[in-house]
Design a binder for this molecule. Structure first.
Ligand code: TEU
Length: 542
């Protein structure tokens, strides 16, 4: 089925004839919407599952693995971009915000995926990329045509000091030492791109751009998606004076520090639009900024992002003190404003947590306990549940200009040599792909995969873990110890204690209770003996 991009009769018809895709999957009370208690699973479509055997994952591949996700027990999936794209940034350079790239399938296939996910009570978030488009997008092609183009002002064009002198010193991401401006010889002006030159920045100061992006949001919401993960949302407002970045910020891509107050009004506009739809739809913003203090304002006064990504954990060494400081900071800064934290250990931009923490399976398992039991919404990156490491990508197979290929390696579904993929996947498989393959781990109750499943089940069954309060408890050196509870802190309705030993020696922990989940699987269902090996974690029921 070909669906017109702009709210066609077909789209409306498909909504009234099929299941009502826009309705909530499972209603959630106002006090605790699903996106607080739930777990979101990130899918990078190229790397997830390949149904047509061309070596690149696709929407049909995702659909065929929905039962894996339902069995695992996640509440929602977030799909990284699957839109039409020349793939300079593997889909984050969008040439049509309202259509599926043929590499991934088509809109009818997306609708089928959405419907079948909803049948399994799995919500679907799509990626909104508001900061930039592809340079091949018809909007940019028109904008570039002449200085008098009606879309000239849809992008950011400046004179600078002529062809040799860009308008300021901003650095673009993924371009070694490169500038965030490219000279267009035909119209003799520079255009802004905080990322690749193939990703020109849209001009959000122009109300027509805002309206166009709102149209994109309505298109997907009308199809029934449950919300958006919004790419680099902190970047869309820019200082209209375009001042130079000052040291030390002039040494890193401008996108890592871009802050302008106009962004907040734009986010409020998106929030109002999404909140006008029924069914607890959500906006999760990628606020890729230096720390929690920078991220906190993007929740606004409860009127901006429902959730803002916090990448604190992805920058923390395997060190209890470092983690403690970060957890403390999140509690201090977000709690008072009623903002709900997020936890991200891995994603398609960073080295996977297992690799980051030295490759040990024990640490990967202990990290899973932290991800799924700290206060906040966990974002679980596909493959984490298999304990995958980054692939080693030989120089002749490097494809990403940003050096992020390793964490985007294909998911090994089967232990066979092709691991459920076509003959030549776009990237090499991660190490130990046969041993870590999903089918093999599913048959092994002691596997990492089963640990994630037990943690997800424990979380779902416990209001303390899913939506409860949190406090840190005094702990021996090297150990993180925290308590979660719901209801009255003195006589909690539900309560758990979590312990994670990041130290080099075994620790004694003075907590009495039942071991509900152990990262190494040892002693589950028995009384806790007060002993925790290095690189292990437990969920205790006092
Ligand atoms: O990433 C934004 C971002 O700031 C990244 O630069 C990140 O910090 C970097 O990749 C770390 O190496 C988002 C997307 O997640 C990313 O995949 C896109 O390439 C980028 O925006 C541009 O759309």
């Amino acid at each position: 089925m070909k669906v017109d991009r702009h709210h066609s009769a077909e789209v409306r018809a498909s909504r009234t004839s099929g299941p009502v895709l826009g309705s909530p999957v499972v209603p959630s009370p106002e006090s605790s919407p699903w996106w607080r208690s739930g777990v979101v699973y990130q899918i990078y479509p190229r790397s997830f599952a390949d149904a047509d055997g061309d070596g690149v994952g696709d929407l049909e591949g995702i659909r065929q693995h929905l039962d894996h996700l339902a069995w695992l027990g996640v509440d929602a999936v977030w799909l990284s971009p699957f839109y039409r794209s020349p793939m300079a940034d593997f889909g984050y350079d969008v040439a049509d915000f309202c259509d599926v790239d043929p590499l991934f399938g088509d809109l009818a296939g997306f609708q089928r995926l959405l419907e079948e996910a909803h049948e399994r009570s799995i919500r679907v978030l799509v990626d909104l990329v508001p900061n930039h488009s592809s340079d091949q997008h018809p909007w940019f092609q028109e904008s570039k045509r002449s200085r008098d183009s009606p879309k000239r002002d849809w992008y950011v064009w400046r004179d600078g000091g002529g062809p040799d002198e860009p308008p300021n010193n901003w650095v673009g991401a993924f371009i070694e030492g490169g500038r965030a401006w490219t000279w267009d010889p035909a119209t003799e002006q520079w255009y802004l791109h905080q990322f690749l030159p193939e990703q020109p920045d849209l001009n959000w100061a122009n109300p027509e751009v805002v309206e166009a992006m709102h149209g994109v949001m309505r298109f997907w919401l009308d199809l029934g998606v449950d919300g958006f993960r919004i790419d680099v949302v902190h970047c869309i407002g820019r200082d209209p004076d375009f001042p130079d970045d000052q040291p030390p910020w002039d040494a890193i891509p401008h996108c890592a520090s871009n802050e302008h107050h106009s962004t907040h009004a734009h986010i409020r506009g998106m929030r109002d639009l999404v909140d006008a739809y029924p069914g607890d739809r959500v906006i999760v913003g990628e606020t890729a900024l230096p720390g929690t203090r920078w991220v906190a304002p993007y929740y606004g006064d409860g009127d901006e992002l429902h959730l803002a990504f916090n990448f604190a954990a992805t920058h923390a060494a395997w060190d209890a003190a470092a983690w403690s400081t970060r957890i403390q900071r999140i509690e201090e800064l977000l709690e008072p404003q009623g903002a709900w934290p997020t936890w991200v250990m891995s994603n398609h931009d960073v080295v996977r947590h297992r690799t980051r923490h030295g490759g040990s399976e024990a640490r990967a398992r202990a990290t899973a306990v932290a991800l799924l039991t700290l206060r906040g919404t966990p974002f679980l990156y596909a493959g984490e549940e298999l304990g995958l490491e980054d692939a080693e990508v030989p120089a002749d197979r490097v494809v990403d200009p940003g050096g992020r290929d390793g964490c985007r390696a294909p998911i090994p579904w089967t232990a066979d040599p092709d691991h459920g993929w076509g003959p030549e996947p776009w990237l090499p498989f991660p190490p130990d792909a046969a041993t870590l393959a999903a089918d093999r781990q599913r048959d092994d109750p002691t596997s990492v995969l089963h640990l994630y499943r037990r943690l997800l089940a424990a979380r779902r069954a416990s209001t303390a873990l899913s939506t409860g309060d949190q406090e840190r408890l005094p702990a021996p050196e090297g150990v993180l110890l925290w308590r979660r509870w719901s209801g009255d802190p003195a006589a909690p309705a539900d309560e758990r204690v979590l312990a994670l030993n990041m130290g080099a020696s075994p620790a004694s922990i003075d907590v009495a209770g039942l071991v509900e989940v152990a990262s190494d699987g040892v002693g589950e269902g028995q009384s806790f003996r007060g002993h925790l090996d290095p690189d292990t974690a437990v969920v205790l029921r006092p």
